[in-house]
Design a protein. Structure first.
Length: 178
């Protein structure tokens, strides 16, 4: 029988910078420069495997700060993925960024309620449909792909796929470590 979450010991006790060994410390220091959750969230698990953690951090850095997608659309894709995975950490960390980037609070509220948001601009609708199809059907219909390619471009379609898959990995790390 599973113990209720509130009574469970953490699978990975929270690390502090002082606890990190020589292999973990450079990653921990890099994380602290950009993370809204400190060494918590997925980083606490990633630090347990510093080579993987560094490679994942580099990918996350690209997908957060250098992606071809406009920040509003990138954050929308992260929120869709976080909602599908019921990932509270992803939601907590990315809602403020999404709002600051211009994603409508109404769209976020609909997404939080598990509804397809209403009144999305064409690019947001293309992102929503693309991410939902890829995540739930494990494919993207030809018409959905064509719309995304037309509105976003080829590189953005690839980056959208990468951000979606990468944040599934983040959600899995969080779920595993919970």
């Amino acid at each position: 029988m599973d113990i209720p979450a509130a009574a469970k010991e953490p699978r990975f006790p929270q690390l502090t910078l002082e606890q990190l060994d020589d292999a973990q410390r450079p990653l921990g220091e890099a994380i602290l420069k950009v993370s809204s959750v400190g060494l918590g969230g997925p980083y606490n698990a990633m630090l347990r495997s510093p080579v993987f953690g560094q490679k994942m951090f580099d990918l996350l850095y690209y997908l957060r700060w250098q992606t071809s997608l406009p920040l509003r659309l990138n954050e929308f894709a992260i929120l869709i993925t976080g909602r599908l995975w019921r990932s509270q950490v992803e939601w907590f960390a990315h809602v403020p960024i999404a709002i600051k980037a211009g994603l409508s609070p109404r769209i976020i509220a609909d997404l939080k309620a598990g509804k397809r948001p209403e009144a999305m601009p064409p690019e947001e609708a293309a992102v929503y449909d693309f991410v939902m199809e890829l995540s739930t059907r494990h494919e993207v219909a030809d018409a959905t792909f064509a719309r995304a390619k037309q509105l976003l471009g080829e590189q953005q379609a690839v980056d959208l796929t990468a951000v979606t898959g990468t944040y599934v990995t983040v959600a899995m790390l969080l779920a595993m470590a919970a």
